[in-house]
Design a protein around this ligand. Structure first.
Ligand SMILES: [Zn+2]
Length: 290
């Protein structure tokens, strides 16, 4: 699942490649149309397919930014701002191309679900193999409440105090620290990969409850999460499973991960263990992490 660094990588490429371009036509796959007819909210959320297809044309992309794991397309139509919010789910990917054939990998090409045709003839393609992604056309951010509940960006100064204050609440204090740091209302954009890495680097057991970690250690843990996220942004993200940037390229952070997906601890050589925390597999070293 793409986390903050992977989404940041997509946005850094999408922004220059799509800003200033105007949408003239929208196509949605028959798979998505059929699941909407069955009452399922597949990919296109909060609107009917007809409204989605009819409203987007004539909108100009003013900018593309990231908020947590969401991509924000800032749009404008007749002087009115609109917002297209995209979440990549497990396997979502954007491609800026001139034809669908230019999407190099067949499995992405076979799962194209939304095509935005541009005035200049180019295409902005959204592909999603497992279809857990989301596209939500809003007037503004406030129209979708979960966006307002997200924790501050981890690189903002207030984010660390937000994290400390939230973990003081009994509701979160009694939870495993790994579950807490993967909660988007507590820290924005840190999922399984980077939570696993930061906890390993800090020698903290993923199941230790948040209230059993001192404030000093929690502050150091937060800094380590920020460091891991920044390292990954610089490496172009981790290409685990199906993450690709808009050119279909993969990042290199996976070669630098020390614990995620490892059978053996890099530090002590022991066999790693794994357990389920909040429905996700958590890998850890039983000797180094306490
Ligand atoms: Zn170890």
């Amino acid at each position: 699942m793409p986390e903050l660094p992977e989404v940041e990588g997509v946005v850094r490429e999408l922004a220059p490649a799509s800003t200033g371009r105007t949408i003239v036509e929208v196509e949605v796959s028959s798979v998505i149309k059929q699941s909407k007819q069955l009452g399922k909210e597949a990919i296109v959320k909060g609107k009917t397919i007809d409204d989605f297809i009819n409203e987007l044309p004539a909108m100009t992309i003013k900018n593309v930014t990231r908020r947590s794991k969401y991509i924000y397309f800032h749009l404008e139509k007749e002087g009115q701002p609109r917002l297209l919010v995209s979440h990549l789910g497990m396997t979502g990917a954007w491609f800026v191309v001139n034809s669908p054939e230019e999407v190099k990998e067949k499995r992405f090409r076979d799962h194209i679900h939304v095509v935005l045709k541009m005035q200049d003839g180019g295409l902005l393609i959204y592909s999603d193999i497992r279809r857990f992604g989301e596209l939500r056309l809003l007037n503004k951010e406030d129209d979708y409440i979960p966006l307002l509940k997200m924790a501050p960006e981890p690189f903002e100064q207030i984010a660390i105090d937000h994290f400390i204050e939230m973990t003081k609440l009994p509701k979160y204090g009694r939870k495993p620290i790994k579950e807490v740091i993967m909660d988007g209302q507590i820290i924005s954009g840190c999922g399984n990969i980077y939570a696993t890495e930061a906890l390993f680097r800090m020698n903290i057991h993923p199941a230790r409850t948040a209230e059993r970690i001192s404030e000093k250690r929690k502050r150091a843990l937060f800094q380590e999460i920020v460091t891991v996220l920044q390292e990954s942004i610089e490496a172009g993200g981790s290409s685990i499973s199906d993450y690709r940037n808009i050119n279909g390229e993969a990042g290199t952070m996976q070669t630098r991960l020390q614990m995620y997906g490892k059978k053996q601890c890099n530090t002590c050589g022991r066999e790693t263990k794994s357990m389920q925390i909040a429905g996700r597999t958590s890998v850890y070293c039983p000797k180094c992490q306490r």
